[in-house]
Design a protein around this ligand. Structure first.
Ligand SMILES: Cc1ncc(COP(=O)(O)O)c(C=O)c1O
Length: 480
């Protein structure tokens, strides 16, 4: 019997990799509480099991418990991840044809919501640190400038924290957005755990956001796809949101996912808090040792400058080993040390730690990084030919040259051409290095020589770039 997916997963388990990647339960045993019941609790809406889209019983009770713990006025569960939650939230706050301000390095789901609702977009660009070669937070004054200039903007959508754990000054942003009587939507996909430790940044709800969407599965012990939508103020039309939540999800929501949301909240309310604080302290101690090594650079809360890095998620371990790009670091960790990172880029490897990591897991990655840096020193392994100033400059791509509005361009006729012949054409699709899932081109934007150069760079470094096609060389979709 051929079952390639199951086989692939079994192979991964067999390798006994230490998981510094999502989901937050890390494949550990907590969710086993009901593992004997897995098939039995996979039910549908029958008397006693309530209905996600008109909850009156157990689902309503669970959502209310979640709202209380997360400090929300109202919480909705999503079995279509934060992706579905973002569609629902944006569709609630922006009617078709209206204008919103979004962070340029928004996740793809925000862009999809723009297309789904025919929205006009204005962008706010995050900062970029030339020193650390990393995209940082958004400046509240940039948001204010946009709101001052563009009166038609209905809502502001920002991401906090970034995939790398970097936070903007969300409290100030909320206050500016409300000063202009607009709605603040926060993509908090990576922040479900913030609420459970005062060693972590404040949550968007605490900061005054109107609506926030969190991927519970990413950082807490819930199954993949399980997310929560929290409403923080009275500025949100709950009836409309409730309808939108049902539009963007399956009509057969999985009770396994819903039950895992229940479990994640219950666990964090109880023993989870202490465990999370312990692991945060342990990460801090361990990384302070790593930081004594000349070859290792760690981005953490010491990088907080209350400007472009306003705060930092202490469960993220962002590592650079001198002379080694992040992609290579990730490969070495996997192939030699059975450690799988969450993601890597040209420079950094990102280890996603969670309440479900053991101290030994942290010890192992620290030892591995120490080992790798020593080996590099001894063997003088050549780096990825990284040209950092090149990278720093090229990341100015975030100033897009928009020729046709995104939602119109998405529906226009297209053709496929070789990437080397594409300069000057208008992109027909999204080009997104994944991770971290930030578009370098959106439909309707002009393909410049810098962008082509950047795409070539990503390809030659084996980055996974979504949107590119392969047929006698690299190809790209352009508008006819
Ligand atoms: C910043 C950000 N927003 C939204 C999402 C979508 O979340 P989900 O996977 O829960 O649908 C992701 C997923 O990677 C993300 O990184």
């Amino acid at each position: 019997m051929k079952m390639p997916i199951l086989q692939g997963l079994k192979d991964y388990i067999k390798q006994k990799n230490i998981r510094f990647h999502m989901p937050g339960h890390k494949g550990k045993d907590y969710l086993k509480i009901w593992s004997d019941e897995v098939c039995k609790i996979d039910v549908t809406e029958i008397p006693g099991t309530d209905n996600l889209y008109n909850p009156k019983g157990i689902i309503l009770e669970s959502q209310e418990l979640a709202a209380k713990v997360f400090g929300a006025k109202k919480t909705f569960f999503s079995v279509n991840g934060t992706t579905g939650g973002i569609y629902a939230a944006i569709s609630t706050v922006a009617n078709p044809g209206s204008e919103i301000l979004i962070q340029r390095n928004s996740h793809r789901s925000v862009y999809n919501a723009v297309i789904l609702n025919n929205l006009k977009v204005k962008y706010v660009c995050p900062h970029y640190s030339q020193k650390d070669i990393i995209t940082t937070g958004v400046n509240p004054t940039d948001i204010e400038e946009s709101l001052r200039k563009h009166d038609n903007i209905k809502a502001v959508v920002i991401t906090n924290p970034s995939y790398y754990g970097i936070c903007s000054n969300i409290k100030e942003i909320a206050s500016i957005v409300h000063k202009y009587k607009k709605i603040l939507v926060v993509d908090e996909a990576h922040a479900s755990h913030f609420r459970f430790s005062n060693k972590l940044p404040m949550t968007a709800i605490e900061a005054g956001a109107d609506i926030t969407i969190q991927s519970t599965h990413k950082t807490l012990p819930a199954f993949t796809q399980s997310s929560m939508i929290h409403v923080g103020t009275n500025n949100i039309n709950i009836q409309k949101l409730s309808k939108m939540v049902s539009i963007f999800q399956t009509t057969s929501p999985s009770y396994l996912l819903l039950a895992s949301l229940d479990l994640a909240r219950a666990y964090m309310e109880n023993e989870g808090r202490d465990k999370l604080n312990q692991i945060i302290d342990y990460i801090k101690d361990s990384t302070s040792y790593l930081k004594t090594l000349n070859e290792v650079k760690i981005i953490d809360s010491d990088n907080i400058n209350y400007k472009d890095i306003y705060d930092f998620d202490a469960t993220k371990l962002l590592i650079h080993v001198n002379g080694l790009g992040g992609f290579n670091l990730e490969n070495i960790l996997r192939n030699k040390y059975n450690i799988q990172l969450e993601m890597s880029d040209h420079l950094y490897g990102l280890a996603l730690c969670s309440v479900f990591d053991d101290m030994e897991d942290i010890d192992k990655i620290v030892k591995a990084i120490e080992d790798i840096s020593k080996n590099l020193r001894q063997r003088q392994i050549k780096s990825d030919k990284l040209n950092l100033s090149y990278l720093g400059n090229i990341l100015n791509y975030i100033k897009p040259k928009i020729e046709i509005p995104l939602y119109q361009a998405f529906h226009r006729e297209k053709k496929i051409i070789n990437i080397h012949k594409s300069i000057g054409f208008i992109s027909g699709g999204f080009i997104i290095p994944y991770p971290p899932g930030i578009p370098i081109l959106c439909p309707g934007e002009i393909i410049t020589s810098e962008i082509v150069e950047y795409i070539n760079f990503l390809n030659s470094n084996n980055a996974n770039v979504l949107g590119l096609l392969e047929n006698n060389g690299v190809q790209i979709e352009v508008i006819i």
